[in-house]
Every structure is written in C-alpha cells, then in structure tokens.
Design a protein around this ligand. Structure first.
Ligand code: ZN
Length: 260
C-alpha cells in the first residue's frame, strides 16, 4: 500500500557529504518516496544549498536558522543574511535554532542570546518556528514564556526529552507540534516513547533529521527520507492505532503546521 507522507526535517547536504551519494541518485533508488521534504539549513554556510535545492525540485521546501552548535562562529551580520534567505519563496520555516546543553554547556549565555535573537525575528514573520531543544528544558520554557508566540506555528523537532516537558510545550501553545525521528525506535529511548504517548494525534510530525538517527533496523547507517515508515510504524504501536492513521494525521498536521 502506498502511503503519503512528508519528511518535515532533514539535511540533504549533510547526507551527500556523509555518503558521497547525490540526492538525485538517492531519490531514484528509495522505495518509499515522501510527497514533500523540508531541507533545514543550520548555519550561513548551508543557506545557499537549501535555496538552490528547493528551487530545483518542486517538492523540496526550506527552513533557515542558526543552530546552537554554530554559536562560537556566530557573527551579528549572519542574522541579516538569515533574514535575506527567509524571503525566499520556498522558505516555510525559521530554524532550526534553540538551545543544546548536551553539547554546549560551556556557552549557555551565547546560546541564549542567539536563541532570543532568532525568536525576535520569528515574531516578525509568518513562518513556522523550528526549535532544537536538547537537555535545556528549564531554560527553554523560561525563554519561550517571555515571547508571545502562540499565534505562530512551532515545530519542536527531534524530540528527545521526557513526558513532562512535552506536556509543558503543548500547554505553552495550541499551535505547537512535536516531531519524532528514528530515536523513537531505539531500545534505550523509553522516555521518548512515553512522551509520544501523551502527544495527541493532531500534534505529531514525522521527520528523519537525516542523515542522523536512522531508525531500527538501519541504526548507525545514514538516514534518508525513505525511512519514515519505520518511524510511523513505531508511533502506530505506541498510539495503539494503524500506520495508515498515523500517516493520515501527520500529513494533515504538516499542512496545518507548514501550509504544505
Ligand atoms: Zn536537524
């Protein structure tokens, strides 16, 4: 049976670098092709690739942001460049940006400043806000609560935390969606599966974060958008429903969140 789905978050340029395989050759060989893909650019060096690949392929859209991993190289003029790329007609999101204390404990202050600077820009736009929030639950909530973003669509991408944080995020805004990657299939990710249990069907998004986080049984290999059905299957088990129902809801949620 043919499923219709969108990979709402991936990094095609990084896939190409890791595998030396072009996107075009990947696209030819994958069995389960997504209907659409959102290419996420994480720093100024990636902006132009996202613009070009989304221009080349009608089914690819783009999102532009400055990831917390990039904070040491950040310069104020990058925010001006970001604003410029966000004007691209295929740009549907601002992000990914946010806080990552798993890798970046030593530069919390700089991360918070960059997070806030991009929330300020997001407030002025009608683009979906793509958040990367890792091991920074308390600060994330404290900062989000300083910004009235409830009318903006938000995609908290690659959820890795516990159910309490998911609940707090869902309470923060009715327009917030939570994305699950291949992590949900990992043996040690019980907290992520527990979180998915409490996320309503109309708030779930499917994403790979490819080439990272390939789902079981591909763990350790480069991930690609064709692996989404493995994530959907695990979500179906968690939500005690059919994979068709997961695909149906997630497709509608993608439209609600990204207007694609
Ligand atoms: Zn990502």
């Amino acid at each position: 049976m043919k499923h219709t789905f969108v990979d709402t978050h991936c990094h095609i340029d990084t896939y190409q670098e890791h595998t030396q395989e072009s996107f075009e050759s990947l696209w030819e060989r994958i069995e389960n092709k997504p209907e659409r893909i959102i290419q996420v650019a994480c720093d100024p060096n990636e902006f132009e690739f996202a613009r070009q690949i989304s221009k080349k392929h009608p089914f690819i859209y783009s999102s532009y942001g400055i990831h917390p991993h990039y904070v040491q190289n950040h310069k104020p003029e990058h925010l001006e460049l970001l604003k410029k790329y966000l004007k691209d007609p295929k740009a549907v999101g601002i992000g990914e940006f946010g806080l990552d204390y798993y890798y970046g404990k030593e530069n919390k202050k700089e991360q918070i400043a960059l997070f806030k600077a991009q929330l300020e820009i997001a407030l002025t736009l009608k683009k979906t806000i793509v958040l990367h929030l890792r091991d920074a639950e308390a600060d994330s909530l404290e900062i989000l609560n300083q910004y009235p973003l409830q009318k903006h669509k938000i995609h908290v991408h690659c959820y890795t935390s516990h159910p309490d944080f998911a609940k707090a995020l869902l309470d923060y805004s009715p327009n917030l969606y939570i994305g699950f990657t291949g992590i949900i299939t990992f043996k040690n990710a019980e907290n992520v599966r527990e979180s998915a249990k409490i996320v309503p069907l109309d708030k779930l998004l499917l994403e790979t974060d490819a080439p990272y986080l390939a789902p079981v049984p591909y763990r350790g290999k480069p991930a690609h958008s064709g692996m989404i059905p493995h994530i959907a299957q695990t979500l179906a088990q968690i939500k005690n429903t059919s994979i068709e129902n997961i695909f149906k809801h997630c497709r509608q949620n993608t439209e609600n969140c990204y207007s694609i």
